[in-house]
Design a protein around this ligand. Structure first.
Ligand SMILES: Cc1ncc(COP(=O)(O)O)c(C=O)c1O
Length: 437
């Protein structure tokens, strides 16, 4: 594969940009639907969806049209001062599908991190309490509030404190434990804390990704969520869902919490909220959002008209019968392909966790800590983009509307890459590109 142009551009990257991950020497030239093209015109199937921020695929033509149409009218006008129809319409649509049909309102922001910071402020304002609870391995973002309630790696905290005080972390229980254990253990530490050192009447909110994303795509055990929710209700603690990564039908439903049948007090959204444009939101019961007065929570570009226009167009696609039919078929195929892969590769794949169109494939790295990277790199060389999370887990999140052939081709490539790895065909040479966790 020729990658001269990509390498030339990447040669300049670290001179001008802060350091970040670069899993492979790819520079995007163009991306359409589920295909990314690099500067050297190599083509790749996209199993990353820009970190689940392009659930309807790259450069979706219907959304592009809506953006251009809006751009020709006006791009944005600060809603902190003057309203526009687009943001009201988008808020109306988002709240119309709030779980449980309860009356909700929106406070927009720009990133998932900001949405979580927004939620922290509203939770404190509404409850008059300060303490916050979050779950180990959760990721809620990089701003000071959001990173304060995150606990997936110290690499995001080393030397950057102090963080928000009064944040308490408890274990997260995934659906990979049995019901009996979940019933007996899952809120034991929390209940003990409530009795001994963490007065529940001082806790404003619980923040949780019910499908932990960066922890390796781990859906919570339903008994854990039910018990946690009941504890929140009993003690007047807000239950806030972080659906930044798993909202917008990534799990097959608009909100991941719909798999658990409970109604959260608030939901944070980001990533696919703007369908490629910058945007995020905190949705919550109306009385919570009404609690902060003007100008208690405002960002100049929040709920801007372009993002709202893109979001409205995307919302109409998500709720169309055509999309829902595609999604249903894709989820069935995705799950089948994941199971087949695991059966084909028992020595290399130790676990597959999945929900909807989100999958974490755990690679056995006991004897070789580079195994995950080598597999990812060989996938790249064979024309598939995916990354690793939580060390040894392949993150598989293709566009929800990916074509059947590309979905199948992508899983075939993972299988071939694993075969190449097992047969010692991936040389240590590729490690020179390794810039991952
Ligand atoms: C669950 C979750 N919450 C919050 C965030 C932060 O979003 P952003 O990167 O847009 O600030 C992320 C990003 O990966 C996420 O996965």
């Amino acid at each position: 594969m020729k990658i001269d142009k990509c390498l030339k551009v990447l040669g300049e990257k670290d001179n001008f940009l802060m350091r970040n991950f670069q899993y492979f020497p790819l520079v995007v030239k163009e991306a359409k639907g589920s295909i990314i093209t690099d500067l050297d015109d190599n083509k790749f199937i996209d199993f990353l969806s820009s970190a689940s921020s392009l659930n309807l695929g790259n450069s979706n033509q219907i959304i592009n049209k809506a953006i251009i149409n809006q751009l020709n009218k006006f791009s944005q006008y600060c809603i902190g001062y003057i309203a526009n129809e687009q943001v009201i319409e988008y808020a109306k649509l988002l709240t119309s599908v709030y779980p449980g049909g309860i009356k909700a309102k929106v406070s927009f922001a720009n990133s998932g991190s900001e949405a979580n910071d927004t939620a922290i402020k509203f939770a404190r304002a509404y409850t008059g309490r300060q303490k916050l609870i979050s779950f180990i391995n959760g990721y809620h973002g990089s701003t000071y509030g959001a990173i304060s309630i995150s606990s997936c790696t110290n690499k995001m905290k080393n030397g950057l404190g102090p963080f928000l005080p009064e944040v308490f972390f408890f274990p997260f229980y995934g659906n990979d434990i049995n019901d009996e254990v979940a019933e007996r253990e899952s809120t034991k530490d929390l209940e003990e804390a409530f009795e001994k050192y963490l007065p529940p009447k001082e806790v404003a909110a619980v923040f949780i990704e019910v499908v932990q994303g960066d922890a390796g795509i781990l859906p919570a055990h339903p008994i854990f969520i039910k018990k946690l929710y009941n504890l929140c209700k009993k003690n007047g603690i807000l239950f806030i869902l972080d659906d930044v990564q798993h909202g917008f039908f990534r799990t097959g439903k608009m909100f991941s919490i719909e798999h658990y049948g409970i109604v959260p007090d608030g939901i944070t959204l980001g990533k696919s909220l703007g369908s490629g444009l910058v945007g995020s939101a905190f949705l919550a019961r109306s009385e919570i959002i009404d609690k902060i007065g003007v100008p208690g929570q405002v960002f100049t570009l929040m709920g801007n008209a372009l993002t709202s226009a893109a979001g409205i167009a995307a919302f109409n696609i998500y709720y169309s019968k055509e999309f829902q039919d595609i999604l249903e078929k894709n989820i069935k195929l995705f799950q089948k392909l994941g199971n087949n892969l695991k059966e084909n590769q028992p020595e290399v794949i130790t676990k597959v966790r999945s929900i909807g169109m989100s999958m974490g494939i755990e690679i056995n790295d006991k004897n070789d800590s580079n195994s995950t990277y080598k597999i990812i790199f060989r996938c790249y060389e064979k024309g598939l983009i995916l990354v690793s999370i939580a060390g040894n887990i392949l993150r598989v999140q293709p566009p929800l509307n990916i074509e059947k052939e590309n979905l199948e081709k992508g899983f075939n490539i993972i299988n071939e890459a694993i075969n190449d790895y097992k047969n010692g065909k991936i040389s240590d040479e590729v490690l020179k590109y390794k810039q991952t966790w």
